[in-house]
Design a protein around this ligand. Sequence first.
Ligand code: 6PG
Length: 476
Amino acid sequence: TQADFGVVGMAVMGRNLALNVESRGYTVAIFNRSRSKTDDVMAKHSDKKLIPSFTIEDFVKSIAKPRRIMLMVKAGAGTDAVINELIPLLDKGDILIDGGNTFFKDTIARNARLADSGINFIGTGVSGGELGALKGPSLMPGGQKEAYELVRPIFEQIAAKATQDGKPCVTFCGENGAGHYVKMVHNGIEYGDEELIDETYNIMRNVLGLSVDEMADIFKEWNKGELDSYLIEITADILTRKDDLGSDKPIVDMILDRGNNKGTGRWSSGDALEVQVPQSVITEAVYARYISMMKDERVAASKVLNGPAKKVELPEDKKELVEKIRQALYFAKIMSYAQGFEQLRFAAKQYNWDFDYGKLAQIWRAGCIIRAGFLQNITDAYDKKPDLTNLLMDDYFKDIANKYQEAVRDVVALAVKAGVPVPALSAAVIYFDSYRSEVLPANLLQAQRDYFGAHTYQRVDKPFDQAFHYPWYAEG
Ligand code: 6PG
């Protein structure tokens, strides 16, 4: 028998995804550049409907046509190397699926290049880490719609199912690089969520002076309410864990404060600049990682640069303050998602995609790293109004933002006074204030630009398409 599906790359993500597909009743062909990984999979799963191959030719031959082959290899040069080896062996109508964290512009280019030879190319976001790949990831495919239809039954079976309605966490995102774009924004949002949580932890720890145990309980509690999400849940769990190398300290206290990254957050911020939409919360999260990496510089600076001389005054009962911090976190999370969805809207225009925003929120409800109860509220918002401009214009989000804005101001002010950095939380409140400003000082900016460069401006009392120039240098 021939395989229904093929997977290239037997590192943990590829292996787990192959096992996931197999578990739904399919026969899966597997291949890895080095033989040992494939041998290892077969040694552990000899009872499964897997067809191992040790040359790429045998691998391709082992799959039924039109072939559905998923690449789970390191994004970048690795992906191109595999594609180049596969192309001469494939037939028109075959479907290559790239499940790596690939930059969407690479996917657009590969889709175009392969389309010339009649081979379909789907770039898909796969979120949920190792366990997600095995049990049910969130999938964000983009490419040829007709080709996706042939992959769809499998994707819908392997994807996570939302607890609310059992719907699979997968939807066709759009042409060419749309799926990888959506995954990129997902990852940006992931960075934002992580940073915001980390900032609240920092305030509770270094301003309120709470213990790691106390914070574990607080996050656990938060996870029962509006903030209910995977990242809050694992944060609570992390804070309960002790050092595995013998000290009796919490493991967080043994982990060096240098935040690494694999680039997807940077891509997300970079593209927000390109499509000209503010995405400050996520971008501050990216910067926060960068400055954290400068550990040596920070250690040196900490010895010569001063924080506030006066200690901030704290109320006797910290409960109320902890509640304010919770509200600040939820408020900021909403700003971050509002920005993320705005970015998708701007990108849709720029790259000619037609995103179904409600569906995108829907497929993030389970499986992925940013899964959270409140994605249902986003889904509901777009169900009510598919052409919603900004999440903040939806009643649910508007009401929360209006209600919690006082709390976030207090928390950010407190942190600033205490000298504890809150880049993402403050970016959130600043975005809120900018977005709700009927008038911004860009009138003065326009005057400056017109003054030195005759760049012209528009007037409040004339149609926007008219340009004016002031006689700054006229005599008299
Ligand atoms: C996911 C994640 C995943 C990503 C890691 C690492 O959705 O499962 O986004 O794809 O690789 O989270 O990202 P950083 O190393 O950049 O933090």
